[in-house]
Each structure stands twice: as structure tokens, then as C-alpha cells.
Design a binder for this molecule. Structure first.
Ligand SMILES: C[S@@+](CC[C@H](N)C(=O)[O-])C[C@H]1O[C@@H](n2cnc3c(N)ncnc32)[C@H](O)[C@@H]1O
Length: 304
């Protein structure tokens, strides 16, 4: 049985829409309209050529993200895990030798990277269980809602496919959501156990910080200084030389050896059907469809 991003996201979105309607005392159709309005606003902000002013604190804005972007960004991280030989070997060795991977997603609020790891290990068919311990850092505390929602849905899906004995699951997800602003290195004091992770993922975070913020460079430098030798820093961003040079600057200050930059135009996986999002797709897709093709650059930094 396939695990797909859209099928995992559907119940999370559906539940949140019903809850929002109930809380606000409005109809589900009204919530759909609010999501469309936020989706249009987000689009403008992302392409404003300035610091995007996004309303992630509001549920309709987060729902717009989950509907339009989460699946494509999960697809991106899974694509990098599958196609980058160095990262693939590193992750598969950890899976094989330790049965455990520690991963920290900076700006990982929605839970996108967990979606990617789940589908990745489900498809690997390794025949044993890999614990994947996530530390999610995000400045928007409200994202905890979808992170825990996605994790619960993943657990239910794995149970329905592999049974109640978790040792038989291909991945056992766990982890914490930590509220933290990556432009403020001072907040590292309160981040708990983000040190010593195997993989750090910086997936479409820099373009939201947007500015060449020295705080981000110090933040990542501090993390890298405590990271194990050989740990991987996966930078994924929008296509464009501005983002590549930003990543180079961060890596140089953090003493990471950076790979080449890889540029890809990506499409959803062959088994991903946005219709699987269910009611929200039926209601919104005439006006707005989830993102189905997109461009990225990525590069992997290695701690020396
Ligand atoms: C475009 S989303 C990417 C989310 C996820 N990594 C993905 O690829 O789907 C950017 C994320 O970064 C978070 N973010 C933006 N600025 C941040 C900051 N200064 N510190 C921490 N998180 C931040 C946002 O709340 C949002 O969750």
C-alpha cells in the first residue's frame, strides 16, 4: 500500500477546517474562502522581493500552506534523500548501523520533513524499523498544531499498514517542537537538545528570512560547532544565485564543506494525486490548485 503526502495531509487539513469553523462560529465554506484569501496573500508576499509578511499565526494561513505547498516541499526533501548519492549513503548507513537517525529541521514548523522521511523509509522496504527523532525549530509556535497532527496521522497510517507492533514499522517517528527564531542566536540557550544531530535541514527557510541576516549565520555556526563530525546540513532553496551565495556564506562561516549546487525542476511523485486531499481539493481547486511543479537548488554541507 502506498503512503502519499496528499493522503497524509487530508485528515489533518479536514480536521483543522472543521475545528476552525466551529471555533469561529462560521461555515466550512467560509473557512474555504479564508484559505483562498490567505493563499493569494501568501503568493504575493513570497514574490514581493522583500521580507514576506506572512500570517502563519492564523490557522487559515497555515491551512493554505498545507494545501498548496507542504506536499511539494516534502517531495523536494524526499527527492534529495533519494538522488543525492552522498546524503543517501550517509542516511542509509545510519539506518542500517544505528537503526536511529537524529534530525533537526530549522524552520520545519509544518512537519514537511517528517512527511518526506516517512514516505522515504516506507518505500525503502528495509525490513527493520528506523527510529527518526525530530527536533523542529520554528519561530511560529502555532505550527505545533500541524506537526503533531501530521505525526499522529503518520502513526495511524503506519499502524493500519504494518499493524500495532511498532517494531514492524519502517519508521518510528518521535520528537519535539521548539519555538525559536533563527535570526536570534541568543534563543539557542533555550532550544533543548538540538545539538549532536545527524542531519540538519534548512528547507525554504532562508527565502522567508529573506535578508542576509548575520543572526542566521551565527545561529547556524553555533549549531555546526556542536554538531558531530560528518553530520550533514541540507540546504534547499528557491532557484537563483542570491540564495546560492547566501548558502555559501553561511557554510563558510560555519566551517562546512559545501557540495556543488544542484538545480532541479521537480514534479510531484507519480503516485501523488492532489484529489486525495478530499473535500478541500473539491472546494478550492477550481480557484487554486496545490503546487504541482517547482524549481529548486540544493547543496549539502558536511561538518569537518
Ligand atoms: C516556507 S516555510 C518552510 C517550511 C518547511 N521547511 C517546508 O519546507 O515546508 C518557512 C518556515 O520557516 C519559518 N520561519 C520563518 N522565519 C523564521 C525564523 N526567523 N526563525 C524560525 N523559523 C522561521 C516559518 O514559520 C515557516 O514554518
Amino acid at each position: 500500500m502506498a503512503i502519499t503526502f496528499y493522503k497524509l495531509l487530508a485528515p489533518v487539513i479536514e480536521k483543522d477546517i472543521k475545528f476552525a469553523a466551529q471555533q469561529l462560529g462560521i461555515s466550512v465554506s467560509d473557512v474555504y474562502q479564508m484559505i483562498l484569501a490567505e493563499a493569494a496573500r501568501n503568493q504575493q508576499e513570497w514574490f514581493s522581493n522583500g521580507v514576506p509578511n506572512l500570517n502563519y499565526q492564523c490557522q487559515d494561513c497555515r491551512l493554505a500552506y498545507l494545501y498548496i505547498v507542504a506536499s511539494s516541499n516534502a517531495n523536494t526533501f524526499k527527492h534529495v534523500l533519494e538522488t543525492n548519492a552522498d546524503l543517501n549513503t550517509y542516511v542509509m548507513n545510519l539506518a542500517r548501523n544505528n537503526k536511529n537517525i537524529k534530525i533537526c529541521a530549522l524552520g520545519g514548523g509544518p512537519g514537511t520533513e517528517l512527511l518526506a522521511m516517512t514516505k522515504f523509509f516506507h518505500e525503502q522496504r528495509l525490513g527493520y524499523c528506523v527510529s527518526v527523532d525530530f527536533q523542529l525549530l520554528d519561530k511560529v509556535q502555532e505550527w505545533a498544531n500541524s506537526w503533531y497532527g501530521i505525526r499522529n496521522t503518520i502513526n495511524c497510517t503506519l499502524q493500519s499498514i504494518y499493524g500495532v507492533d511498532r517494531n514492524g514499522w519502517p519508521i518510528l517517528p518521535s520528537g519535539n517542537f521548539i519555538t525559536c527564531d533563527v535570526t536570534n542566536p541568543g534563543s539557542l540557550m533555550n532550544t533543548g537538545n538540538i545539538w549532536g544531530q545527524d542531519v540538519y535541514v534548512i528547507n525554504f527557510l532562508l527565502s522567508e528570512v529573506f535578508n542576509d541576516d548575520p543572526g542566521v549565520r551565527i545561529f547556524i555556526k553555533e549549531i555546526a560547532s556542536m554538531a558531530p563530525v560528518g553530520s550533514r546540513f541540507v540546504f534547499i532553496e528557491r532557484k537563483g544565485s542570491m540564495w546560492a551565495s547566501r548558502i555559501q556564506k553561511i557554510a563558510a562561516e560555519a566551517n562546512l564543506i559545501l557540495s556543488n549546487f544542484y538545480e532541479s525542476q521537480l514534479n510531484k511523485d507519480y503516485d501523488e494525486f492532489p484529489e486525495d486531499l478530499g473535500n478541500v481539493f473539491l472546494a478550492l481547486s477550481q480557484t487554486r490548485k496545490p503546487r504541482l511543479t517547482w524549481n529548486i537548488i540544493y547543496s549539502i554541507g558536511i561538518k569537518q
